[in-house]
Design a protein around this ligand. Structure first.
Ligand SMILES: Nc1ncnc2c1ncn2[C@@H]1O[C@H](COP(=O)(O)OP(=O)(O)OP(=O)(O)O)[C@@H](O)[C@H]1O
Ligand SMILES: [Mg+2]
Length: 443
């Protein structure tokens, strides 16, 4: 849109924007009022007043020209008395033009005087701000006239500006305090929602205007429902797994006590293998359920986390190459055990489906990304979403002789990433040629 370029310069926070919305109209109104008002009002008034004074000075000049010299001192005295001027004839020195640069009305006085009275040498408004002194050459010598400034211009025009600016500032400050109080609940809601996205449950109480309050209440409802659901899922999964274990143990015991003829020994072995498989499945269920268990978030150093997972993977028999790593330790609020489990799952996949593994950590403004790459067959773009589903294993061919998994590894890793405000991304590894799994974590 037309105003798109403006966005770059706009403040991004709500306080900044609020302040801008508040400030811009106030400043514009003040400027418009100050400029038009002071121009119209003060210049016009100054012009009117000074043309009056100029006419009076003209009167002096006429008097000096017309009245006989012997009557002149008396006549000037009368004029001074009546008009409130102080005049000297013949004795004073020439007055130089002098005025401060900011004094606009003084310029008007000077212009009017020069225009209307012949013989004006100079006007001094700078030496004493409350008086105007001018010298005029007449036929009877130099006439110096000294009169109060307020006779010629509206007094203290800048006072208006000072007052408008000052009250404007005070009102803006007061308004900003109120605005802040209105905006704070919005910010608190945003923080609570952000924290919940990362898996933290921060204390939050709806406050502020009705709309913000109802949004806050809706958020709290949503959060409570989600927490309840997670809790129920955990309970159910671990309950089922636990309850299955008891009969399994009983069967195992029963099988081992069976006295079977030699011919059936192979069948017995197969049954025991099935039992092992079932137990492994149950362990995987428990793991999955535990990913949601109530582990409290704490500050986690990602490098340490990676080191630990790499250690475990190497002990399981596969060297792991370390790729790109930031120099500084990277920390974030997270659940260390869950994160370790997610990483272990990715590394075990790399071990199972490839022959080389590499781990790297990259840092972005709002996220940290841990990548696990391998040189295996990878996962085609069309299968990626499916591979992330729980209990999904891709084509049987690829999984032959690679030990049997349950299909939970990627699902658990994604679950963990999501509960840290991030996600799990599957891509093709450009360098190793296999799968690249990006564990994206908000920070
Ligand atoms: N690094 C990889 N390279 C190629 N295919 C992979 C890779 N990782 C996972 N897959 C495919 O995605 C499927 C799902 O992986 P996931 O980790 O969820 O389950 P799994 O490894 O089969 O079992 P589990 O991890 O529960 O023991 C796997 O069956 C496999 O086909
Ligand atoms: Mg796996």
């Amino acid at each position: 849109m037309f105003f798109d370029w403006l966005k770059k310069y706009m403040p991004r926070g709500i306080y900044g924007r609020g302040a801008l919305i508040l400030l811009v109209p106030v400043v514009v109104i003040q400027l418009v009022v100050m400029i038009t008002f002071s121009q119209r009002y003060f210049e016009d008034i100054t012009r009117q007043l000074s043309s009056g004074v100029v006419a009076e000075i003209g009167l002096y000049v006429v008097a000096v020209g017309e009245i006989p010299p012997e009557d002149l001192p008396g006549a000037l005295e009368i004029l001074d008395d009546q008009l409130g001027f102080v005049s000297t004839l013949g004795a004073g020195a020439q007055v130089q033009d002098r005025r401060p640069w900011y004094d606009i009305s003084a310029r008007v006085i000077g212009d009017e005087l020069h225009k209307a009275v012949p013989g004006v040498e100079g006007i001094d408004v700078g030496s004493d701000p409350r008086r105007v002194v001018t010298s005029i050459l007449t036929g009877n010598g130099r006439l110096v006239i000294d009169f109060p400034r307020r006779r010629a211009s509206a007094s203290n025009p800048h006072q208006l500006m000072v007052w408008t600016a000052f009250t404007g500032l005070v009102m803006t400050l007061i308004a900003f305090v109120f605005l802040r109080n209105q905006l704070r609940p919005i910010r608190q809601l945003a923080r609570a929602a952000e924290a919940f996205g990362r898996g933290e449950s921060r204390p939050y109480r709806p406050a502020g205007a009705i709309e913000v309050r109802s949004a806050g209440a809706a958020f709290l409802n949503m959060r409570a429902r989600l927490e309840r659901q997670i809790e129920q899922r955990t309970l159910m999964l671990s309950g089922v797994s636990h309850d299955l274990r008891t009969p399994l143990t009983r069967i195992r015991l029963g099988l081992s006590m069976l006295d079977v003829p030699k011919a059936d020994a192979d069948e017995l072995k197969a049954m025991q293998r099935d039992l092992d498989e079932m137990e492994r499945l149950i362990d995987a269920f428990l793991d999955f359920a535990r990913a949601d268990a109530t582990e409290e978030p704490s500050r986690v150093t990602l490098q340490a986390l990676i080191d630990g997972a790499v250690d475990r993977s190497e002990r399981a028999g596969r060297p792991v190459a370390i790729g790109e790593m930031p120099d500084q330790p990277v920390t974030l609020m997270g659940r260390p055990d869950a994160l370790a489990r997610a990483l272990d799952n990715l590394l075990s996949n790399a071990r199972r489906y490839g022959t080389q593994t590499r781990v790297s950590l990259r840092l972005f403004e709002r996220a940290a990304v841990i990548s696990v790459e391998d040189d295996g067959p990878g996962i085609g773009p069309e299968d990626r979403e499916r591979a992330l589903q729980p209990f999904v294993r891709l084509d049987a061919a690829r999984n032959q002789n690679r030990g049997s998994g349950v299909g939970l590894g990627l699902a658990i890793a994604r679950d963990v990433a999501r509960r840290h405000g991030g996600t799990l991304r599957l891509e093709a590894s450009t360098e190793l040629g296999g799968l690249k799994a990006d564990l994206v974590l908000a920070r």
